[in-house]
Design a protein around this ligand. Structure first.
Ligand code: KDG
Length: 335
């Protein structure tokens, strides 16, 4: 009897090993949602990821993308992943701090000096340190894509100095650190989901908002905003999240393909985001927006005004999470 079962197991193993690798890949259409429009660089990333998945899975793994918040805003879509009713979302980290407070580290004002620092932190040990915390809250992060450096638009006046923020009703993401940052410079910060922003600006329910140039451009905020001030006050990453509940139903082969293709999508999305950023700025100027830089002296005053935000939120974010970020940045800047 023992000889028969051993022989049988050997036969099953031989057949399984002989199966083509694609046998571990099922036909799947994976829904992914995002809050921006398809002409945003996220669209380029999704296209690249889709092509990669098709090549690697023999056409069995597909992405079905939903744009403009069609499946709900960032937080709502992320909750759908946690309940296992949606596979993927590409979302800013900021609206998710209620799910994982550590993500608030990326909202600290003026944290990154440039994209190089952001890439090194996000794609290195620190990015993994944060990503490793997500499965415990029902999420898997496949890669960090780029939302980008955020700048202020408004309909009231140019913001060239600290005092100009005073009294401007600025929409911010639903995130206490952004609320605190804009209150620290004297604005009236208004938390709001991204999908409500255009109408709120159009009806003057709010005066302004803050986003990267490519988002201001592709979301047509230039139609309802007159002034753009280049503040670069924060850098927001996008998380490319998968539902942990649904991830665990995938084969190792399928998980590898999704992860590696999300990284190919990342490189393409960042490339297009940076290439389009300057073109978007020029386009916004051509469309009639009045654009101003902020002088180094005034930028220093603004940074000074928001410095207490770090102390006020370190405990909520997590002391280790903040300390590790500061240490990683210090190492990068020492080289
Ligand atoms: O889904 C991502 C978008 O909602 C993104 O633009 C978020 O930067 C964002 C904002 O201001 O809400």
């Amino acid at each position: 009897m023992l000889k028969l079962s051993t022989t049988l197991m050997a036969a099953v193993a031989a057949v399984t090993l002989a199966l083509p690798a694609t046998a571990q890949i099922q036909d799947r259409t994976i829904r992914v949602s995002n809050g921006v429009n398809q002409d945003h660089p996220v669209g380029n990333g999704v296209t690249k990821m889709t092509q990669c998945m098709a090549e690697r899975s023999g056409g069995r793994l597909k992405l079905q993308a939903f744009w403009g918040g069609a499946l709900g805003g960032d937080l709502q879509a992320t909750q759908a992943l946690r309940s296992g009713t949606q596979e993927m979302v590409i979302t800013s980290s900021s609206p998710l701090v209620g799910i994982l407070p550590d993500l608030g580290v990326f909202d600290l004002p003026f944290l990154f000096a440039n994209e190089r620092e952001a890439d090194r932190i996000l794609d290195g040990e620190y990015g993994k340190y944060i990503a490793d915390k997500l499965p415990a809250v029902g999420l898997v992060n496949l890669a960090y894509w780029e939302n980008g450096f955020r700048n202020l638009t408004n309909s009231r006046r140019p913001v060239t100095r600290l005092e100009d923020f005073q009294g401007i009703r600025v929409r911010v993401m639903q995130n206490n650190i952004f609320l605190d940052t804009f209150r620290a410079v004297g604005s009236n910060a208004v938390p709001m989901a991204f999908q409500e922003v255009f109408t709120a600006l159009e009806t003057r329910a709010i005066d302004g908002q803050e986003n990267p140039f490519v988002t201001i451009d592709t979301s047509k905020f230039y139609e309802v905003q007159r002034f753009l001030s280049v503040t670069k006050h924060a850098y927001t990453p996008f998380l490319v999240l998968y539902s942990k509940r649904l991830w665990d139903q995938l084969s190792a082969q399928e998980q590898t393909i999704l992860t590696e293709c999300a990284i190919q999508g990342r490189d393409e999305q960042r490339r297009v985001s940076r290439e389009l950023s300057e073109r978007s700025l020029a386009s916004l100027r051509q469309r009639g927006m009045q654009i101003n830089e902020v002088s180094p002296q005034e930028a220093a005053r603004i940074r000074e005004a928001v410095k207490p935000v770090y102390e006020r939120h370190a405990a909520t974010i997590g002391k280790e999470t903040v300390d590790r970020m500061q240490a990683e940045l210090a190492k990068l800047r020492a080289n």
